[in-house]
Ligand binder design. Structure first.
Ligand SMILES: Cc1cc2nc3c(=O)[nH]c(=O)nc-3n(C[C@H](O)[C@H](O)[C@H](O)COP(=O)(O)OP(=O)(O)OC[C@H]3O[C@@H](n4cnc5c(N)ncnc54)[C@H](O)[C@@H]3O)c2cc1C
Ligand SMILES: NC(=O)c1ccc[n+]([C@@H]2O[C@H](COP(=O)([O-])OP(=O)(O)OC[C@H]3O[C@@H](n4cnc5c(N)ncnc54)[C@H](O)[C@@H]3O)[C@@H](O)[C@H]2O)c1
Length: 464
C-alpha cells in the first residue's frame, strides 16, 4: 500500500474537481487529484456537449422538413437520416472536446493524478482503490452525480439506458420510451423524435423542463405535446417483451395505453455520488438525501477542512456552477484556514429544446413563496411577436417578475424563441440589481425577438 501525505486531496476529476485542483495549486504544490473512472468530464463525454451535438443534427432534419411555409420546396422524401453518420459526427466532435480536457489534465504532473475509487477512512484519510492511502490536511469532494435508476427498472437489464448509453450508439434505434420530463427527457426525447425515432415521453408529475410558473408550464406542455406524445401525471410499468420493452401507462385522468420500445431511457433526475465514498466514517452534517451540507459561498461543509463542489453538492447541477464551486472549494482548501466567500452569480438555466426553456434570476415558485402579493408578473406571448413571426418561431411565453414598489427585477421564466440569449440579458440585469424601469432604459434594436422582452417588461412596469 502506498502512503501519501497531502495538503489537499481532491476526490473526482470532473469539471468541479479539475477547477478545485487548479485553484488549490495556487497555494501549495502538494495537491492530489483522484479520479475513479476516466478523466474527460461528464459535460464533455456524456453531458452538455454530445447532447447539443445530437440536438444540432435533429434540428437540421426538422428545418429541412419545414421549409414549405417560406415558399421553399424541399422534396420530403429526399430528407433522409443516416443514423450512422449522425452518431459518427456526435462522437467525433465529442471526442474533440474530450481531447481538449485531456490535454489540460495531462499537462499536470503525473504523480499528482491518481486513478482509483476514493473513500473516506476517517476525517483526514482517503483510501484509493486497494493501492494508495492519502492522509490529507484538507479534502474537496467533487465526485459528481449519476442518473437515478429506480429499483423497478433494474429488471430491464440492458434495455434500460441512460444518457451515457445514447452517446455510445453507432446508429439510431427505432423506438424509445423516455422516463422523465425534466431537462434531459425533453432535450434527448425531442432530439430523437426529430431524428425519426418513435418516441414517447412519460412524466410522473406535471413538471415540464423544470418550469415552476403554471402559465408558462402549461404553454410548454401544449407546445411539446403537439410534436411528440407527452404523458404527464402518468404512472408507468415497464417489462421485457419480444426482445424489447413494453410500457404500460395510466394517466391521472384515467386514460391508459401501451407503448412498445427498443429501450427505456431513464431521465428521472440524478443522484449525487456521495453515497459510496465512506461518509459513514465521518461525523459530517448531511441533508435528507445524505449529501453533505455546505455553505454556498465557501463550499465548506460542517467539517471545516472538508469542502464539496459540483453535482456532488446537490446545489445547482449545471456546468458553470460546477466550475465556480470547484474554484471556490479549491481556493479555500488551498488557503485554509483563510476561508473566503467566492463569487456566486445570478441563477441562469437553459433547456436546449425547441422552443428553448429558460430561468433567470430566480424561479417563480421561490419568488412567490418569498414575495407573495409584493411581486408583479409581466407577460408576453410570442405568438404574434414581430421578428418571431417572420422567422416562424412564434411560439411560447415569457414572464418577468419584479418587486412591487421598488421595481427591482427578481427573475423570469420562459418557453420560447432565443431563450438562451434572453436568459443571459436577464441574468446579467439581475446580477446588476437593476429595476424594470432601468431595464426599459436600455437599447432595443428593431426588429428583434428581444422586443418581446420589452413588451413583458412594459407590462410589469405598468403593474408596479
Ligand atoms: C445529458 C446531460 C446534459 C447536460 N447538459 C448540460 C448543459 O447543456 N449545460 C449545463 O450547464 N450543464 C449540463 N449538464 C450538467 C453538467 O454536465 C454537470 O452539472 C457537470 O458536468 C457536473 O460536473 P462535476 O465536476 O460535478 O461532475 P463530473 O464531471 O461527473 O465529475 C465527477 C468525477 O468524479 C469521478 N468520481 C466519482 N466518484 C468518485 C470516487 N469515489 N473517487 C474518485 N473519483 C470519483 C467521476 O468518475 C467523474 O469523473 C448536463 C448533464 C447531462 C447528464
Ligand atoms: N441544458 C442543460 O443545462 C442541462 C441539460 C441536461 C441536464 N442538465 C442537468 O442535469 C440534471 C438532471 O437532468 P434530469 O432531466 O435527469 O433531471 P430533472 O430533475 O431535470 O428532471 C427529472 C424529471 O423526472 C421526473 N421523474 C422523476 N421520477 C420519475 C419517474 N419515476 N418516472 C417518470 N418521471 C419521473 C421528475 O418529475 C422530473 O420532471 C438537470 O437538473 C440539469 O441540472 C442540464
Amino acid at each position: 500500500m502506498k502512503i501519501l501525505h497531502a495538503d489537499v486531496a481532491v476526490l473526482g476529476g470532473g469539471s468541479a474537481g479539475m477547477n478545485a485542483f487548479r485553484n488549490a495549486r495556487q497555494f501549495t504544490d502538494n495537491v492530489y487529484l483522484i479520479e475513479g473512472a476516466q478523466f474527460g468530464t461528464t459535460c464533455a463525454r456524456v453531458g452538455c456537449m454530445p447532447s447539443k451535438l445530437l440536438i444540432a443534427a435533429a434540428d437540421a432534419r426538422h428545418h429541412a422538413l419545414h421549409t414549405a411555409p417560406f415558399g421553399v420546396r424541399v422534396d420530403e422524401g429526399a430528407v433522409r437520416v443516416d443514423g450512422r453518420a449522425v452518431m459518427a459526427r456526435v462522437k467525433s466532435e465529442r471526442d474533440r472536446f474530450v481531447g481538449f480536457v485531456l490535454e489540460d489534465v495531462e499537462a499536470w504532473p503525473q504523480e499528482r493524478r491518481i486513478m482509483g475509487h476514493a473513500r473516506f477512512v476517517d476525517e483526514h484519510t482517503v483510501q484509493v482503490g486497494d493501492h494508495t492511502r492519502i492522509h490529507a490536511e484538507r479534502i474537496v469532494i467533487a465526485t459528481g452525480s449519476r442518473p437515478t435508476v429506480l429499483p423497478q427498472w433494474q429488471a430491464l437489464g440492458d434495455k434500460l439506458i441512460v444518457n451515457d448509453d445514447v452517446f455510445a450508439w453507432d446508429t439510431l434505434p427505432q423506438r424509445v420510451a423516455v422516463f422523465g420530463t425534466g431537462v434531459i427527457g425533453l432535450e434527448l426525447g425531442q432530439a430523437l423524435s426529430r431524428l425519426g425515432v418513435e418516441v414517447a415521453v412519460f412524466g410522473r408529475s406535471a413538471s415540464v423542463g423544470g418550469i415552476s410558473d403554471p402559465q408558462v408550464r402549461a404553454e410548454a406542455e401544449q407546445i411539446f405535446a403537439q410534436e411528440f406524445p407527452l404523458y404527464l401525471n402518468t404512472q408507468t410499468e415497464a417489462s421485457l417483451q419480444d426482445g424489447g420493452v413494453r410500457v404500460d401507462w395510466r394517466r391521472e385522468d384515467g386514460e391508459s395505453g401501451t407503448f412498445a420500445a427498443d429501450y427505456v431511457l431513464a431521465a428521472a433526475g440524478r443522484t449525487p455520488n456521495t453515497d459510496n465514498i465512506g461518509l459513514e466514517n465521518l461525523n459530517i452534517a448531511t441533508d435528507a438525501r445524505g449529501v453533505p451540507l455546505a455553505d454556498p459561498h465557501t463550499m465548506q461543509t460542517s467539517l471545516p477542512h472538508i469542502f464539496i463542489a459540483g453535482d456532488a453538492s446537490d446545489q445547482i447541477p449545471l456546468l458553470h456552477e460546477a466550475s465556480d464551486q470547484g474554484k471556490i472549494a479549491g481556493t479555500n482548501a488551498g488557503a485554509y484556514p483563510d476561508i473566503r466567500a467566492g463569487l456566486r452569480r445570478s441563477l441562469i438555466g437553459v433547456v436546449f429544446s425547441d422552443p428553448q426553456i429558460m430561468v433567470a434570476g430566480a424561479r417563480f415558485a421561490r419568488l412567490q413563496a418569498q414575495f407573495g402579493d409584493n411581486m408583479v408578473s409581466g407577460t408576453v406571448s410570442f405568438a404574434n411577436q414581430g421578428r418571431s413571426r417572420v422567422m416562424r418561431v412564434n411560439r411560447g411565453r415569457l414572464h418577468v417578475y419584479a418587486e412591487r414598489g421598488t421595481g427591482r427585477f427578481l427573475g423570469a421564466e420562459m418557453v420560447g424563441p432565443a431563450a438562451e440569449h434572453i436568459a443571459h440579458l436577464l441574468a446579467w440585469a439581475h446580477q446588476q440589481h437593476m429595476t424594470v424601469p432601468q431595464m426599459l432604459d436600455m437599447p432595443f434594436y428593431h426588429p428583434v425577438i428581444e422586443e418581446g422582452l420589452r413588451t413583458a417588461l412594459r407590462d410589469a412596469a405598468a403593474k408596479l
